[in-house]
Structure formats: structure tokens, C-alpha cells
Write a protein that binds this ligand. Structure first.
Ligand SMILES: Nc1ncnc2c1ncn2[C@@H]1O[C@H](COP(=O)(O)OP(=O)(O)OP(=O)(O)O)[C@@H](O)[C@H]1O
Length: 254
């Protein structure tokens, strides 16, 4: 669980995060949504320790980040798996080498154990047959699955995903969403997903934080988001055709 209390972050005179309280739950896909510029990335960077908030706390399973020693911060960093926008794979490395990279960096495992762990995660994302291929030789969806395998290879307690579906067709995006969800449940990870994708909200919106102008404007889950009459939320989500159709169907009792 990651708990954020009264988090404030400013740049110069501009207050970007204006006192956010939220609990990212373990074993769930926690989504952060909101318009461009609402502060989603700044929030994620505060959680990663890349930005220092002026006020408030970020607690990782009850321990406040600001109280951590440098060594504890490094240890925490190893417990966080990152899934970057676009995948961020190394083009010159094979699938297997990409997935092995964080293991080599953070652990002192023997070669045999490294290969065993890499094979295990590649199997989990159904890519065991593509281990020797290069990223350019596989599809966008497969590249995302490699990035997921790399993000979980060190058995993280926390998984941060920045726009995991960007650049994918809706069908592949759904597969990726469900894979992230299933892995979150199986390994009991606290997963935080920044997304613009309304489809993801419908699929895996188990715990949603909606940011507006640096404020937590609404929180709830995918069922509640359809029922709310909160205008800030409806103005945002009903710009999506998909949401309009689902609400129309609900109104017609379908
Ligand atoms: N390093 C920085 N220095 C100054 N201002 C920043 C910095 N990083 C972000 N900002 C500002 O903070 C605000 C929120 O930005 P942020 O990137 O968090 O938005 P976002 O919700 O992630 O948007 P998007 O969906 O477009 O990625 C913006 O006004 C941005 O200009």
C-alpha cells in the first residue's frame, strides 16, 4: 500500500499539487486519470523520489519516504518496477537481454539463476519463444509485454506504469491492461497506472484517482464512475464516445 497525505508540490510560484490525499491499494490496479497538465506525472515523480514535495508525506507500507536514509531509498527503488511510456526497450539487446538488464544491475545472481528467472517471467507474458529476437522483430504489443516482464523480473512490491497503452490498438491495449491486472493480483503488487485511456478505466479501474488542476477531484472505482453525477468527472469522462455509449446502454436498461 502507498498512502499519500496532504501532498503539495510547487515550481516557483505555481502550485502543481495542492494537497493530495490518496491510498494506492495492494493487489489492485490503481489508476490516476485527469486532463493534460493536471499533475499526474508530477505526482508519479514525487512518488519515485525524483521531485521533493514541499509538504505532505508518501508512505510505502507505513514507512514515510522522507524519513528514509539514502540506503533505504536505494532499497525502495529496487522494489519499484517501472513500465515506461513506449516501453523504452534497448534496441540493440535481445528480448532476453532486455529483461535480464535490471537483474544484472541490482542482483548478484549466478548466470544459471539469471537465465532461470528471465525464462520464468518470459513464460508468464507468453514470450518464451521470442527470447532471442530483437525489439524491432516483434510487434508493439509484444514489446509492451517484454517491458512488463522487465518491470517485474526483480519481483517488485510496487509497479508504476506511465501510459502503458500508448500506441496500441484497442484489442492489444485490452490484453496489456488485463496482463497488468492479473500480474498485480497474482504477485500482490501495488500497481499505479497513469492513463488517458477510457477503455482502461472500464477494464481495470479498481481504484481511481481523478486529478483536476492539482487537486484530487474524485475517487472511486469503475462502477461508481458511471453512477456519479459529479460534473467535474462527467465533463471529463463523457468526452469519450465509449463512455457515452455505455451510459446510454445503462439508461436503456441494457
Ligand atoms: N520540472 C518542472 N518544472 C516546472 N514545471 C513543471 C515541471 N514538471 C511539470 N511541470 C508543470 O506541472 C504541471 C503538471 O504537469 P504534469 O506533467 O504532471 O501533467 P500531466 O497531468 O502528467 O499531463 P499529461 O497528461 O499531458 O502528461 C504542468 O503545468 C507542467 O508544466
Amino acid at each position: 500500500m502507498i498512502e499519500i497525505k496532504n501532498l503539495k508540490k510547487r515550481f516557483g510560484d505555481e502550485e502543481i499539487l495542492k494537497g493530495i490525499d490518496f491510498v494506492f491499494e495492494t493487489g489492485k490496479t490503481n489508476l490516476v486519470i485527469g486532463q493534460s497538465g493536471s499533475g499526474k506525472s508530477v505526482l508519479l515523480k514525487c512518488m519515485l523520489g525524483l521531485f521533493t514535495p514541499e509538504e505532505g508525506t508518501i508512505e510505502y507500507d507505513g514507512n514515510s519516504y522522507s524519513d528514509f536514509t539514502d540506503e533505504e531509498k536505494r532499497a525502495l527503488r529496487q522494489e519499484i518496477g517501472m513500465l515506461f511510456q513506449g516501453g523504452a526497450l534497448f534496441d540493440s539487446m535481445t528480448v532476453e537481454e532486455n529483461v535480464m538488464f535490471p537483474l544484472r544491475m541490482f542482483t548478484k545472481k549466478r548466470k544459471k539463476d539469471l537465465h532461470e528467472r528471465v525464462n520464468e517471467v518470459l513464460k508468464r507474458v507468453n514470450l518464451e519463444d521470442s527470447a532471442k529476437k530483437f525489439p524491432s522483430e516483434i510487434s508493439g504489443g509484444m514489446q509492451k509485454r517484454v517491458a512488463i516482464a522487465r518491470a517485474i523480473v526483480n519481483k517488485p512490491k510496487y509497479l508504476f506504469c506511465d501510459e502503458p497503452n500508448s500506441g496500441l490498438d484497442p484489442h492489444t491495449a485490452t490484453i496489456i491492461d488485463n496482463l497488468i491486472h492479473d500480474i498485480t493480483v497474482e504477485y500482490d503488487i501495488t500497481t499505479v497506472i497513469i492513463t488517458h485511456d477510457m477503455n482502461s478505466l472500464l477494464e481495470i479501474g479498481e481504484n481511481i484517482a481523478f486529478l483536476k488542476d492539482g487537486v484530487l477531484a474524485w475517487k472511486g472505482d469503475k462502477t461508481q464512475i458511471f453512477k456519479t453525477d459529479d460534473k467535474t468527472v462527467t465533463d471529463f469522462v463523457y468526452t469519450s464516445d465509449l463512455f457515452k455509449k455505455v451510459r446510454e446502454a445503462q439508461n436503456q436498461g441494457l
